[in-house]
Design a protein around this ligand. Structure first.
Ligand code: 0A1
Ligand code: ZN
Length: 851
C-alpha cells in the first residue's frame, strides 16, 4: 500500500455511528504481557440514521475475548481494528467487553502503553489509544472513564480523581467526558514533589509532580510555574481547574515535549527537572512555558476539544497563544515577541516556503502525527493574535467567554471558533478564514509618497503558490503602523490598517515627511518588502517606540550587511558597527533586549533570504562570512566588553527570573565576542568559576566557537556523565560548534560514544538533530551531512517512526540550494523512499518532500 492510499480527507467527516457513555478499563500490568479489559457502554448515535456497523480501532492487540451484552462473540480483528456487523447489534444501548494482551516493554515507538526505565507510561495523542485496546479512537467520541490498575509498583496513576487504592491496585474516576487521546496511565517507583492549591472559588487541589527518587529536589521551578499558570488562567481567562488532583509525571523517553492528558500531564523530563547547576536560563524559560501550555490545555483542548484532527490548530494555536501571553506577563512582552518571531521565521516560514507547506487547518493527511508542525502551532497562534488585533482586546475577551460557555464539553471546529467572534462583533470573518485554509507566507510590498501635506502608504499583497494551492485570493492582513517625525517624535501612535485588497493606499495628513514604522509587533505573519536606506533603519533602531520594530530595524541592518558580505565580499561598515554598539551599551535598555540585538542572523535565515533574492546560497561561504562579521563586531566593541561583562556579574545566589536571565544573556553575548579577541582567556575563567549551568555551558560554547575547550569538554563529561539531560547538552554543543568540514566527522565519532543511546529520543535529537541544525555541516558540499542524517533516520524509523519522520524535515529546504546539493538531497530522499518497510510516517514525509 502506498502512503497516498491512506489519505484522510476533512471533507469526508461524519459523526461516529455510536455514542460511548462510559468506559471501564482494567490494566494488569506486566512488561511482556499486560492484560487490558475494556467494558464500553454504547448506544446508537441518533445523528447517524439507520443501523450501523460498529467499527473499533485496534492495532497490535492480541484479542483474548469479546462479548456483546455479556455473550461471547467470535469475530476476528483485521490489521487496523474490529467490526461488529450492524446485524448483530441491538437498536438500544448495549455493552461490548474485550480483553487484549499487549507488550509495553517491546513498544519502542513510545506510542500507546510503553516502558521508560522500569516505569509504565502512555502517550495516546493522536492515535495511540488504539494500541491499548479496541476503541473508537477519534476525538469526537467523548466518554467517562473509570480505570483500575493492578501492579506491585508503588505509584499507580490515571486521569481524574482517585477512587480507591489498596495493596497492588488503584482506581481512578474521571468525571469529565473525554476523547481517548487524553487517556493516560503511569505506574512506577516514583516520588512526588507536592503543593496545595485552592481555586478562586475555594476548591482545594492537590498538586503533585512525580519523578524518580533523587530528582524530587529539581521540581520546585516546575511547581512554581504550575501555580502561577493556574492563577493566571483564573485571572486572565476566568478559567478554574476542575478536579481534586493535578498530577504531572516526568519521563525520560518521550517523543515530544509534553502531553496534556486530563489531570495527568506527562512530560519529557527535560521540561520538568531543573536546578541552577543543571538547567540553563533557556531551560527554565521553556519549563515555565510548557508547564503553562499543558495546564492551559485543560480548557483549550480538554474541556473543549477538537471534532477531528484537521481541527488540531483549534486547541494548539489557541493554547500556544495563551502560553505566549502568559510568558509575556511573567517576563517581558517585548523580548517574548522577538523570540517568538525568531522562532516563527526559523521554523514556520521555512516550512511555509518549501515542499511541506500546508494550511493551519490542513484538509488531508496520511499520518496525523506529521501535522504537529510549526504551521499548526506557531502560525495557528499568530492567526489568533491577528484576530485579537482586528477585534480589539475587549471583544477578544467577550468572544473567549462566549467560546467557553457555548462550547464547554464539545468537540468543536474552526467554524465554531470563528462564529463566536462573528456573533460578538457582528463582523463577517469569511475573508479572515483564509488564514486557516490557505498555506504560504504572504508578501506585502510597501511604496510611499509625500506631497508636502499628505503621506500616502501603498500596500500590495501577493500570496505565493504552495503545494496543491496554485492560486490564492487576498487575505485580510492587519498591519500595525506608527509614524515618526524626523526628530524621533511619534506623530501617529500604533494604528491598525486593514489590508483586504490586493493593493490599498492609506493617507495621513502631515506637514513633515514621516518615517513609517510598519508591521509593529509583527502584527501579521508576512514578509514585508520595502526599499529602506540604512540611515532610515538606523533611525528606527535608535528611535522607534515599538520595541519589536526597534529590534527588527537592527536585524534588517545586520542582514543587509551580511548579505553584502556574502555576495560582494563587502565588509561591515562603521555606521552599522556604531549603531550596534549604541544598543549594546545603552544602559536604559533591557539587557535581554540588548542580547537579542547582538545576536547575528542565523545561517539558515541568511540562506533563505539569499534564495528569496534569487541567489543560490553557498553554506560554507555564509558560515565563513558570518564568522568574519562576528570578528568585526568583536574588534569594534572590544575595548568596552570587559567592563560590560564585569558590570553584569550577578551578586549572590542564582535566581532564574527574567531580570537575572537577561543579564546573563547579555554577559554571555559579550563574552562570546570578547573570546574572539582575547584568545578565550575570559571565557576559560568564566567557565572555571561558573556556579550555574547557564554560565558553565555558555562559556564552554565560547571556547568551542574559537576552536578551544577540549580540556573543559572532558571535565564536563566527567562531572555530568550521570545526568542524561545535562549530557544531552554536552553531545549537542560539540556538533553545534563544529566547523562545516568537521561536523559530520564529529557526529560520527559521537554516535560511537557509549552514552549515545540512540533509542532515547532526547539523545537522538541531541546528536542527529544537532547535525541537521548545523547549517554548514548538514549542507556540506560532500553530501556527508545529508548521508549521515538519512542513515540514522533509516535506522530509527523501524523503532520509532514518529521521531524519524519529524526529524526528516531537515531536508525540507533543498529547493533553495544549487543543483549539486539538490541532487544530493534528492538522492537521499530517493534512497529513503526506496527502503523496504518504511513507516507510513516517514514515507509520507519523504513523498511530500520529493514532489
Ligand atoms: N498535545 C501536545 C503535543 C503532543 C502531541 C503528540 C504527542 O505524541 C507523541 C505528544 C505530545 C502539546 O501540544 O503539548
Ligand atoms: Zn499543545
Amino acid at each position: 500500500m502506498t502512503a497516498q492510499d491512506r489519505t484522510v480527507f476533512l471533507s469526508d467527516y461524519q459523526p461516529f455511528t455510536h455514542l460511548v457513555e462510559q468506559v471501564a478499563l482494567t490494566f494488569r500490568l506486566s512488561p511482556g504481557a499486560t492484560r487490558v479489559t475494556a467494558r464500553l457502554s454504547l448506544a446508537p448515535n441518533p445523528a447517524r440514521a439507520g443501523r450501523q456497523d460498529l467499527r473499533l480501532d485496534g492495532e497490535g492487540l492480541t484479542l483474548l475475548s469479546l462479548r456483546l451484552n455479556g455473550a461471547p462473540l467470535a469475530l476476528t480483528p483485521d490489521e487496523t481494528g474490529l467490526t461488529i456487523p450492524a446485524g448483530l447489534l441491538p437498536d438500544a444501548p448495549f455493552t461490548v467487553e474485550t480483553e487484549v494482551e499487549i507488550a509495553p516493554e517491546a513498544n519502542t515507538a513510545l506510542e500507546g502503553l510503553y516502558m521508560s526505565r522500569g516505569m509504565y507510561c502512555t502517550q495516546c495523542e493522536a492515535e495511540g489509544f488504539r494500541k491499548i485496546t479496541f476503541y473508537p479512537d477519534r476525538p469526537d467520541v467523548m466518554a467517562r472513564f473509570r480505570v483500575r490498575i493492578e501492579s506491585d509498583l508503588p505509584v499507580l496513576l490515571s486521569n481524574g480523581n482517585p477512587a480507591g487504592q489498596g495493596p497492588g491496585w488503584a482506581e481512578w474516576d474521571d468525571p469529565w467526558p473525554k476523547p481517548a487521546y487524553l487517556f493516560a496511565l503511569v505506574a512506577g517507583d516514583l516520588v512526588a514533589h507536592s503543593a496545595p492549591f485552592t481555586t478562586a472559588s475555594g476548591m482545594p487541589v492537590a498538586l503533585n509532580i512525580w519523578v524518580r527518587p533523587g530528582d524530587q529536589d529539581r521540581c520546585a521551578y516546575a511547581m512554581d510555574s504550575l501555580i502561577r499558570s493556574m492563577r493566571w488562567d483564573e485571572q486572565v481567562y476566568g478559567r478554574e481547574y476542575d478536579l481534586s488532583v493535578f498530577n504531572i509525571v516526568a519521563v525520560d523517553d518521550f517523543n515530544m515535549g509534553a502531553m496534556e492528558n486530563k489531570g495527568l500531564n506527562i512530560f519529557n523530563s527535560k521540561f520538568v527537572l531543573a536546578s541552577p547547576e543543571t538547567a540553563t536560563d533557556d531551560d527554565f524559560g521553556r519549563i515555565e512555558a510548557i508547564i503553562a501550555h499543558e495546564y492551559f490545555h485543560n480548557w483549550t483542548g480538554n474541556r473543549i476539544t477538537c471534532r477531528d484532527w484537521f481541527q488540531l490548530c483549534l486547541k494548539e494555536g489557541l493554547t500556544v497563544f495563551r502560553d505566549q501571553q502568559f510568558t509575556g506577563d511573567m517576563r517581558s512582552h517585548a523580548v517574548k515577541r522577538i523570540e517568538d518571531v525568531l522562532l516563527l521565521r526559523a521554523r514556520q516560514f521555512r516550512e511555509d516556503g518549501g515542499p511541506l507547506a500546508h494550511p493551519v487547518r490542513p484538509d488531508s493527511f496520511v499520518e496525523i502525527n506529521n501535522f504537529y508542525t510549526a504551521t499548526v502551532y506557531e502560525k495557528g497562534a499568530e492567526v489568533i493574535g491577528m484576530l485579537r488585533r482586528l477585534v480589539g482586546d475587549a471583544d477578544y475577551a467577550r468572544a473567549l467567554d462566549l467560546y467557553f460557555t457555548r462550547h464547554d464539553g464539545d468537540a468543536a471546529t474552526i467554524e465554531d471558533w470563528l462564529k463566536v467572534f462573528e456573533d460578538v462583533t457582528g463582523r463577517d470573518l469569511a475573508q479572515f478564514k483564509r488564514w486557516y485554509t490557505e498555506a504560504g507566507t504572504p508578501v506585502v510590498k510597501v511604496t510611499e509618497d509625500w506631497d508636502g501635506a499628505t503621506y500616502s502608504l501603498t500596500l500590495s499583497q501577493t500570496n505565493p503558490p504552495t503545494p496543491g494551492q496554485p492560486e490564492k485570493a487576498p487575505k485580510l492582513i492587519p498591519v500595525a503602523l506608527g509614524l515618526l517625525n524626523p526628530n524621533g517624535d511619534e506623530i501617529l501612535p500604533t494604528t491598525v490598517l486593514e489590508l483586504a485588497e490586493p493593493t490599498q493606499t492609506f493617507r495621513f495628513k502631515t506637514a513633515t515627511r514621516p518615517v513609517p514604522s510598519i508591521l509593529r509587533g509583527f502584527s501579521a505573519p508576512v514578509v514585508l518588502e520595502r526599499q529602506v536606506t540604512p540611515e532610515e533603519r538606523a533611525f528606527l533602531l535608535a528611535h522607534d517606540t515599538d520595541p519589536f520594530n526597534k529590534w527588527e530595524a537592527g536585524r534588517a541592518l545586520a542582514k543587509d550587511v551580511l548579505a553584502r558580505m556574502v555576495t560582494e565580499g563587502a565588509s561591515p561598515g562603521p555606521d552599522w558597527l556604531d549603531a550596534l554598539a549604541r544598543v549594546a551599551f545603552d544602559e536604559t535598555l533591557d539587557p535581554a533586549f540588548r542580547a537579542l540585538a547582538l545576536r547575528l542572523p542565523a545561517e539558515d535565515d541568511m540562506a533563505a533570504t539569499l534564495h528569496a533574492a534569487g541567489i543560490a546560497p553557498d553554506p560554507a561561504r555564509i558560515w565563513a562570512e558570518r564568522r568574519r562579521m562576528a570578528e568585526a563586531v568583536a574588534r569594534h566593541l572590544a575595548p568596552r566588553l570587559p567592563a560590560l561583562i564585569d558590570s553584569l556579574a550577578e551578586p549572590g545566589p542564582f535566581t532564574p527570573d527574567a531580570r537575572a536571565a537577561g543579564r546573563r544573556a547579555l554577559r554571555l553575548a559579550a563574552l562570546s565576542l570578547l573570546s574572539r579577541v582575547d584568545g578565550g582567556t575570559a571565557a576559560a575563567a568564566a567557565h572555571a568559576g561558573a556556579d550555574n549551568m547557564t554560565e558553565e555551558i555558555g562559556s564552554l560554547a565560547c571556547l568551542l566557537d574559537i576552536g578551544q575547550g577540549a580540556a573543559e569538554l572532558a571535565r564536563f563529561e566527567g562531572r555530568w556523565s550521570h545526568d542524561r539531560n545535562v549530557m544531552d547538552k554536552w553531545f549537542a554543543l560539540q556538533i553545534a560548534y563544529a566547523a562545516p568540514d568537521l561536523a559530520a566527522r564529529v557526529t560520527t565519532a559521537l554516535t560511537a560514544h557509549p552514552a549515545f543511546d540512540w533509542k532515547n529520543p532526547n539523545r537522538f535529537r541531541a546528536v542527529i538533530g544537532a547535525l541537521s541544525a548545523n547549517h554548514g555541516g548538514f549542507h556540506h558540499a560532500s553530501g556527508a551531512g545529508y548521508r549521515l542524517v538519512a542513515d540514522w533516520l533509516l535506522r530509527l524509523d523501524p523503532l520509532n517512526p514518529q521521531t524519524a519522520a519529524r526529524m526528516s524535515t531537515a531536508f525540507e529546504t533543498w529547493p533553495r540550494y544549487d543543483t549539486a546539493r539538490r541532487a544530493l538531497v534528492q538522492g537521499e530522499l530517493a534512497r529513503m523512499a526506496g527502503t523496504a518497510g518504511l513507516s507510513r510516517d516517514l514515507a509520507e514525509m519523504v513523498a511530500r518532500m520529493r514532489s
